[in-house]
Design a protein around this ligand. Sequence first.
Ligand code: ASP
Length: 302
Amino acid sequence: MPPILVVHGGAWAMPDDMVDAHKNGVRQALATGWTVLQRGGSALDAVEEAIVVLEDDETFDAGRGSFLNRDGKVQLDALVMDGATLRAGGVGCVERLKNPIRAARKILSDSPHVYFVAEGAERFAQEQGIALCKNEDLIIPREVARLQEYQSHGTDRKPDLFAPAISHDTVGAVALDNKGNIAAGTSTGGTLDKAPGRLGDSSLIGCGCYADNDTAAASTTGWGEPIMKLVLAKWTADRVGAGHPPDEAASDAIHYLKNRVNGHGGIIVLNRKGDFGIFHNTPRMAWGVRSGILDVVGVEKH
Ligand code: ASP
């Protein structure tokens, strides 16, 4: 089976001066994930390694450089899922993990459970040999300034955080390996000024991410609450399972999101045949595709 990797780095009205940073980050993630697939590695490993690159890149709202919550802290959510076994691992509201996707992967591989939150997730990660960091290590001056600016507006004059013009830089990946298995992963710092403890769609199974060899792998980004209400990643995978090609399912999903709950965002979808879809209803979405014949990144409609 010829492998393929598709990644995204958020969907919103990305300004021109941020396009190159997003494309570069996506390109790096593709290069790393593709190396895994080319060596015969699993889709799961490729997804994990691609997402680590994006988490480490401060351009994105994942890992270090993420949005700050109302208390000025970084709180991260991540999920990874294996389409062959339906095993999944998720973490929510973690504050001391540089790469939450690594902890999510450990949950998938080494725990009978699917989801850990907050201190319990951090304790599990530490028990698995993952070093904890300080929350301050994840905070960068750009985000301190962004939160201060946002909080300086009076309650009734605050900009609409859920307008597509506000940055949504969640990251995600879907992959197909040479054994014909698919996997998906998503990682995020969530939304700016979120209430402590608020969990978005990204790390919830079926919402921000889903993978089943019988249907498809999908990863979403955008305003999390509407995406959650529709369990959008699973909805999309099921649509592929019902016979719709991934590109059509991706566009159907985003239209459903808009029409049913007035949501906005983007999605990447991939099936076991290597057919994929990329769709967003925001002005831009950072995306990239790498296969034996494709090596392309973009921010406009695919
Ligand atoms: N979906 C994420 C959340 O609501 C945000 C994003 O995709 O940028 O937490």
